[in-house]
Design a protein around this ligand. Structure first.
Ligand code: S3P
Length: 449
């Protein structure tokens, strides 16, 4: 594709403008894509590697800014982590209970997963004091969802607004086991409590209202923790104190990153993309089910299991989409893909309804308000619902100035919408994509014809 169709301009404040101009002759997407490593699995591999006994080897780590935040926090507490790369990262674990008191504030950057999962470990390290913070977005996101269950276990945590906002201060304690009934289906809440349970003598149980991603459960078992799972009640129990041993982790491609190409391949006419090596853990494949409901042509090829996680290559060909309704238990299984699903809905015949997704309001941005505002600026018909969106498809989009609100998934969703909009779309603060997908723009340039 000619270089002028996609340009990146770096601004004085170092933010990026991503400018996408659709050529009058039309375009298509063709080729093979390898998406970067799964973000959730990358965080967990670094964390469990750091607290296990012995060495952990990680292949395929995501080199985005979020896992870098996790690595630097655990390095500050004594773990030795080799230079981050996709081939092989070696983590010298310090053994459970041995996190050192850091000499400075731990900074989780933009990463809710880093901060919330880490809190479970910090709160259960007796005699050590920790302070944690994050960027503007993370400092406004609710932490009471993990602070409350940890307090139920006896944790001592202080912060702004009734201990609910970072920066937080934590005085580590020997905790007591609990059974926590979480009001939300959140893998971050579930994982935080399970990690606190590792050092806590006895049985710590979390029950969630619907099943959230289960990467922690899979990886904790692989590292040697004693876990029992009751699928009937969506409950997981960990028995502490646990023994974790370093493992070899192979991180599959992130389905949340693949989702941009699946939607792009579906809505850009005459396209065919093969997205290789994508994790298709059933707790993450809600987006595949939703796109199938909309009539997308997506085939799973070469299905296999790699290091305890199901993996497949995904082939997408463009097709006419129709609206769908997304609500209930599917929502936690596709929570990060709803912004890009909203883009698909804009190009689908009929009215798509998304409900039960109020969690979107407390992600890296308020993804309901921001997606509705930005897509409407381009001419879409999106109305906000308290817990979702109503999207009437079929109105042509016109390029204009839009803004990521520093949210990586919004930046990439708007870039895909721009491919099917007339004129020029300028996405402000598009550098946010590097949180989870540093090569997104380079890949987009490569597959555009
Ligand atoms: C994540 C869980 C999800 C997801 C986030 C990563 C994880 O958050 O949105 O991007 O790695 O555990 P919640 O579990 O809070 O919904």
């Amino acid at each position: 594709m000619s270089a002028s169709v996609i340009t990146v301009e770096t601004q004085k404040d170092l933010s990026h403008k991503l400018i996408i101009q659709r050529p009058s002759a039309g375009l298509s997407l063709q080729g093979c894509i390898r998406v970067p490593g799964d973000k959730s699995i990358s965080h967990r591999a670094l964390m469990l590697g750091a607290i296990a006994q012995g060495e952990t080897e990680i292949q395929g780590l995501l080199l985005g800014e979020d896992p870098r935040s996790t690595a630097s926090c655990f390095q500050a507490m004594g773990a030795q982590i080799s230079e981050l790369n996709t081939e092989l990262v070696r983590v010298q674990g310090i053994g459970l209970g041995n996190l050192q008191e850091p000499v400075d504030v731990l900074n989780a950057g933009n990463s809710g997963t880093t901060l919330r999962l880490m809190l479970g470990l910090l709160a259960s390290h007796p005699g050590r004091f920790f302070t944690v913070t994050g960027d503007n977005s993370l400092r406004s996101r609710p932490m009471s969802r993990v602070v409350k269950p940890l307090q139920q276990m006896g944790a001592q945590i202080w912060g702004r607004k009734g201990n609910s906002l970072a920066p937080l201060a934590i005085q580590g304690q020997a905790l007591k086991p609990t059974h926590y009934y979480s009001p939300i289906a959140s893998a971050q809440v579930k994982s935080c409590i399970l990690l606190a349970g590792l050092l806590t003598a006895g049985q710590t149980t979390v029950t969630e209202p619907a099943l959230s991603r289960d990467h922690s459960e899979r990886m904790l078992r692989a590292f040697g923790a004693e876990l029992s799972i009751d699928p009937e009640t969506n409950s997981v129990t960990v028995t502490g104190p646990a023994q974790l041993h370093g493992q070899k982790v192979i991180v599959p491609g992130d389905i949340s990153s693949a989702a941009f190409w699946l939607v792009a391949g579906a809505i850009v006419p005459d396209s065919e993309l093969l997205v290789e090596n994508v994790g298709v853990n059933p707790t993450r494949t809600g987006i595949l089910e939703a796109l199938a409901l909309m009539g997308a042509d997506i085939q799973l090829e070469n299905q296999r299991e790699v290091a305890g996680e199901p993996v497949a290559d995904l082939r997408v060909r463009s097709s006419r989409l129709k609206s769908c309704t997304i609500a209930g238990d599917i929502v936690p299984r596709m929570i990060d893909e709803i912004p890009i699903l909203a883009v698909a809905a804009v190009f689908a015949a009929g009215t798509t309804i998304i409900r039960d997704a109020e969690e979107l309001r407390v992600k890296e941005s308020d993804r309901i308000t921001v997606m509705a505002q930005q897509l409407n600026k381009m001419g879409a018909k999106v109305s906000e619902l308290p817990d979702g969106m109503e999207i009437t498809g079929g109105t042509p989009l016109v390029g204009t100035d839009v803004d990521s609100h520093t949210d990586h998934r919004i930046a990439m969703s708007l870039a895909i919408a721009a491919l099917v909009s007339t004129g020029i779309t300028t996405i402000h603060r598009a550098e946010a994509a590097a949180i989870s997908y540093p090569d997104f723009t380079a890949t987009l340039k490569r597959v555009l014809f």
